[in-house]
Write a protein that binds this ligand. Structure first.
Ligand code: AMP
Ligand code: MG
Length: 369
């Protein structure tokens, strides 16, 4: 019996040794492949760096392909920190803080970054007839809206603040790199545009490092460089405004484009069953009730997309679409409070509606009533 078992076991051992050897050989080849992939240019392109940071009050996710991915992603974090430092309202040594402190008193010297963001902000304020207004600061402060909290200012308080909201009082000298606010009590808030600029700067840095394929998401502001490494376009989901983060109403495919959404679900609090969100209508002083609950812009530059998503959200479906159709290379996906989804003419047939978003209806291209 014992001898028989011994014979049987040794046969099993042979099988075992054989299996271990084949496994080791397999591992060797896989490892060898990986070693060569570091040297082989074509495979280096596929090397991916994924980095997550918390900056500009939001989660920033980078996905960068190519040999220089790691240093490029680190450089982007440094650059975003620099931009945040210049424009934040939360620090007494930021440039925007100084500009606001000097409101009605005098001119301040600013960096090229800040002057550029202010100038683009003012341009979109003009283009949107003040629906977007960087001098909305006093109202944003009065509402103090952050996720789950805020206050409802009295009508009188809002009425007293409205005369302070006027982008014409923001005087910018692009040559001298200075700016000023005309009236005491005025203040600039770049929360609706600064992340867009940060996204553009990220793409500029990727390019500088020879990156050909990258994706960055700044709290819902997506910017893409090139295609995915396999050559296919990036697939960007449009957040379902009434579902948990990550559940989409649809997907669009883009390369070298930015996709930015403004929504009433991003930052809000509820009181007596009413939602008070963070996008203020500068004409009324209250959270915008234009009939839109989400406005997504697709275009080349993220600073434009960011300013436009806020503008269009406040303008509403008809006026918002009118503005989008007027602008070359700008497309939109707008969702109304009755849960209809409309797209601009350039996205017709390009929005892949998610059938699981059963509450919503994809109408298609918006045709003016
Ligand atoms: P976004 O999420 O890009 O639409 O930007 C919203 C943020 O922009 C708010 O949290 C405010 O800081 C600021 N903001 C609110 N209303 C306006 C407005 N009408 N124009 C410009 N900025 C605004
Ligand atoms: Mg915006």
């Amino acid at each position: 019996m014992a001898a028989k078992r011994g014979k049987y076991l040794s046969f099993k051992n042979i099988i075992f040794v054989f299996a271990v050897l084949s496994f080791a050989i397999m591992i060797f080849f896989i490892a060898k492949d990986n070693i060569t992939s570091g040297l082989n240019n074509e495979n280096a392109e596929n090397k991916v760096v994924k980095k997550q940071s918390f900056l500009m009050g939001t989660v920033i996710t980078q996905q960068v392909y190519g040999a220089n991915g790691e240093i490029a992603a680190d450089e982007v974090v440094r650059r975003l920190e620099e931009i945040e430092k210049r424009v934040t309202l939360n620090s007494a040594d930021s440039e925007i803080y100084m500009l606001n402190e000097m409101a009605g008193k005098g001119t301040v010297s600013l960096s090229k970054d800040t002057i550029y963001i202010l100038s683009v902000a003012k341009k979109y304020a003009e283009l949107s007839n003040g629906a977007f207004d960087p001098t909305v600061g006093p109202l944003v402060k009065a509402w103090g809206i952050s996720p789950g909290s805020g206050r409802i200012p009295g009508d009188e308080e809002i009425k007293s603040l409205l005369p302070l909201i006027d982008f014409n009082d923001l005087i910018i000298d692009e040559e001298k790199l200075t700016a000023r606010l005309e009236k005491a009590g005025q203040s600039v808030d770049l929360g609706g545009i600064a992340k867009g600029y940060a996204g553009d700067e990220a793409i500029r840095i990727y390019r500088e490092y020879g990156i050909e394929s990258a994706y960055i998401n700044l709290g819902g502001n997506v910017v893409t460089l090139g295609n995915k490494p396999d050559g296919s376009p990036w697939r960007i989901g449009v957040q379902n405004p009434r579902d948990i983060t990550g559940n989409y109403v649809g997907i669009i495919e883009v390369s070298n484009k930015t996709v930015v959404t403004s929504g009433d679900y991003e930052r809000y609090f509820e009181r007596d069953g009413k939602r008070y969100h963070h996008i203020i209508d500068p004409r009324t002083g209250y959270p915008s009730e234009s009939g839109l609950i989400s406005a997504t812009i697709v275009c080349d530059l993220s600073i434009d997309a960011d300013a436009l998503s806020t503008s269009v959200f406040v303008l509403g479906l008809e006026k918002g679409m009118e503005l989008v159709e007027k602008l070359e290379g700008v497309e939109a996906i707008l969702i109304t409070n009755d849960k209809n989804i409309y797209v601009s003419s350039g996205l017709e047939g390009k929005f892949n509606f998610n059938e699981k978003a059963t509450d919503f209806k994809y109408v298609g291209k918006y045709n003016r009533q």
